[in-house]
Design a protein around this ligand. Structure first.
Ligand SMILES: [Zn+2]
Length: 679
């Protein structure tokens, strides 16, 4: 590969990995399997190795993914969720490998650094979310998530809801005055199935896998809800100032004697053969475990040797993870369905001859898009390999050429929407085909309603099933139709009684108070997110001004790019949309920013990131709003880019310390108000 191509690919890979990190750590909704993720990461590492001059400091290979919610994600109704504290020792991730060969080069590196004999500790790699517990005088003081590796979210109250985590250690068991212990919070399969069944009943999106369910549960705001989630904890790394043992395994045994949960499946292996044996055994036996595991962690057992091997920027040199390859199965591709999603995206889904895979019968698998089909050179009637990683929908990875018969038929991606018949379009930078018939294509109409009623949009008390019924009975076609529904009509719905009808009507009526920025988001203009809706609403003040905005005016807003600007222009140029908006306004929906919240049009804070911490005379969200209304950005954590920290009562000590360290200017509420001319 030439340098130029490599450079291009590196940028692509970095962006792709960032996106998947975000999906995984922040949204808890991965789109790809771990294995696919690791492949992308390996490709990037490889390229950076070939062209070291192209290695960027901010490359995803150089940092651990972050689970901290950036402010933008939670702009709007949700306040900042957890206090953040720095980790005393950075929380790194493990280097990982899928090959036994690489494991032996790991061993060679250890051998080189070691003067005396050593052994390995082999442990199952629980598929959960990392946690760091601090005990002081026998009491749990703090539980932090990994966060970005150096700063984590304080989830102590939630962790205390996990029965296996002791709030106080066993009396007289000889624990040190203060220590840290790290491990994994995970959700056993049983609890996971129960939770997802519950979510289905409540018409909420089920979690993709137990790991995401665990991570999501740990970040619930109400500890009482955490209690019902059935989380478990296993601890695997003790950090003490004064050593309590000579080996890692002894240290874990000590921790266990203090009352802490430690896995009983840890094994000391005297050489690589024994390590391999452990791996082979658990690669098959893990299927019988009541929880998900995705590999084996191999650590140098001798703590003195661990210390002398030390760390790279990203991971310890004394440990590595061997990841299990996802299971695959060979089966026949019977046919392909082309499903039209809520956004109009057309996804090819393969119908397979049923085959057993990772304990379940698989009949369907995703083919992603037309490019992927072409890449696989897939034909109806082919024998294909399906893989299931991370419990997401199985995916076809390749065709088995030796089993290709004469009866195969070329798989052709349709040129027209299989539902409404409109000619499909393909965005230049997106690999997917779309049906452009947004207002008349049934799955897209339903999608619009589902988005509209959503919790972050209008918050109407109904779910997908209700939309499905209302649509199939012909009661709803345009968003404004929702407000035309009468109790008589609603009573004709399957299983609807007076109580459900009155609940629904009441929540419709309540939705009239939903602030304009959320109404704007609810309209479902393509590419508009919660945060951008807010920025646009604040800038223009009301829907009619937005509808008349020029492309240039739209592009002036920080988060608005060309794609979104064009999408907004095209949305408002459609007379149908204008009529619907008018109707919604007549039904009483908010079509302008609440005047109490008046858009402040100043750009005094332009280009500044300002972090708000503590309690003020007005709600913290209002403070953040004021920052943004004056052209600034409300940051969530202190960095070198922070212009000011506005400190209120009880502001986070860690933030304060960091601000002082980095020389960030700290101001109080009054100074802030003066700055934006509020007083
Ligand atoms: Zn269509």
């Amino acid at each position: 590969m030439k340098k130029k191509e490599a450079e291009k690919r590196i940028v692509q890979l970095a962006a792709e990995l960032e996106r998947h990190n975000h999906n995984y750590y922040v949204l808890n909704a991965p789109e790809i399997t771990d294995f696919q993720y690791d492949l992308l990461m390996m490709e990037l590492q490889q390229l950076e190795k070939m062209f070291p001059e192209l290695l960027r400091k901010d490359s995803p290979t150089q940092k651990v993914g972050s689970d901290i919610l950036p402010y933008n994600e939670i702009a709007g109704s949700l306040p900042r969720q957890f206090e953040q504290y720095p980790h005393r020792y950075p929380m790194l991730s493990l280097s990982n490998t899928y090959s036994l060969d690489e494991l032996s080069s790991f061993n060679e590196r250890v051998e080189k650094g070691s003067a005396s004999p050593y052994t390995f500790s082999c442990e199952l790699k629980f598929d959960g979310t990392a946690i760091c517990l601090t005990y002081k005088n026998g009491r749990l003081m703090r539980a932090l998530t990994r966060g970005d590796g150096s700063v984590g979210d304080d989830v102590t109250r939630n962790v205390l809801q996990i029965p296996s985590v002791p709030e106080t250690l066993k009396d007289g068991s000889g624990y040190p005055d203060e220590f840290e212990i790290r491990g994994e919070i995970y959700m056993p399969y049983k609890a996971f199935d129960k939770l997802n069944r519950q979510r289905e009943i409540e018409e909420e999106q089920p979690f993709a896998n137990p790991r995401n369910a665990a991570a999501g549960s740990l970040k619930l705001l109400d500890p009482k809800l955490v209690k019902g989630r059935g989380l478990e904890c296993t601890l695997y790394h003790l950090i003490v100032e004064e050593p309590v043992a000579a080996t890692h395994i002894e240290a874990l045994q000590k921790a266990s004697s203090w009352g802490l949960p430690v896995s009983g499946l840890v094994k000391e292996c005297i050489n690589l053969d024994e390590v391999n044996e452990y791996i082979n055994r658990w690669d098959s036996e893990r299927k019988n475990l009541p929880y998900a595991t995705d590999g084996i962690v191999v650590k140098v057992n001798q703590l003195a040797l661990q210390a002398s091997l030390g760390y790279t920027a990203k991971s310890p040199r004394w440990a590595t993870a061997y990841k299990f390859k996802p299971e695959e199965a060979l089966t026949k591709l019977v046919s392909i369905d082309y499903q039209v999603g809520r956004t109009g995206a057309v996804t090819p889904v393969a119908n397979l001859e049923p085959v057993q895979l990772s304990g379940t019968k698989v009949k369907r698998a995703s083919l992603h898009n037309a490019d992927q089909m072409q890449l696989l050179d897939i034909h109806i009637g082919d024998y294909v390999y399906v893989e299931k990683g991370g419990e997401i929908i199985p995916k076809i990875t390749r065709v088995e050429p030796s089993r290709r018969g004469f009866d195969i038929v070329e798989a052709v991606f349709p040129s027209h929407c299989p539902v409404c018949g409109a000619p499909l379009v393909r965005d230049e930078d997106e690999a997917r085909h779309f049906c452009p018939n947004q207002d008349n294509c049934p799955p897209q109409i339903k999608g619009k309603f589902i988005h509209f009623i959503g919790r972050k949009a209008m918050g109407i008390n109904a779910g997908e099933a209700t939309v499905e019924q209302l649509y199939s009975k012909g009661y709803i076609r345009e968003l404004s139709d929702l407000y035309k529904l009468t109790p008589e009509l609603l009573l004709t719905l399957d299983k609807w009684k007076e109580k459900s009808v009155s609940n629904f009507i009441e929540s419709l009526s309540k939705s009239r108070e939903v602030p304009f920025e959320r109404v704007l988001f609810a309209l479902g203009i393509r590419h508009i997110g919660e945060t951008t809706a807010k920025s646009i609403a604040m800038r223009f003040g009301d829907i009619w001004s937005i509808s008349m905005a020029t492309r240039e005016e739209l592009l002036e807003i920080d988060d608005v790019g060309a794609k979104l600007a064009d999408s907004i222009l095209s949305y408002f140029s459609n007379p149908l949309h204008m009529r619907i908006i008018k109707e919604l306004e007549e039904y009483g929906l908010q079509m302008k920013v609440d005047s109490g919240k008046k858009t402040v049009q100043s750009d005094i804070l332009k280009g500044m990131t300002i972090v708000i911490s503590g309690n003020f005379s007005i709600p913290r969200d209002e403070m953040k709003f004021l920052v943004e209304a004056n052209g600034g950005k409300a940051g969530s954590s202190i960095s070198g880019n922070t212009a000011y920290m506005v400190a209120g009562e009880k502001c986070g000590p860690a933030k304060l310390e960091k601000a002082l360290k980095l020389g960030v200017q700290i101001i109080d509420e009054t100074q802030f108000f003066e700055m934006i001319n509020k007083i």
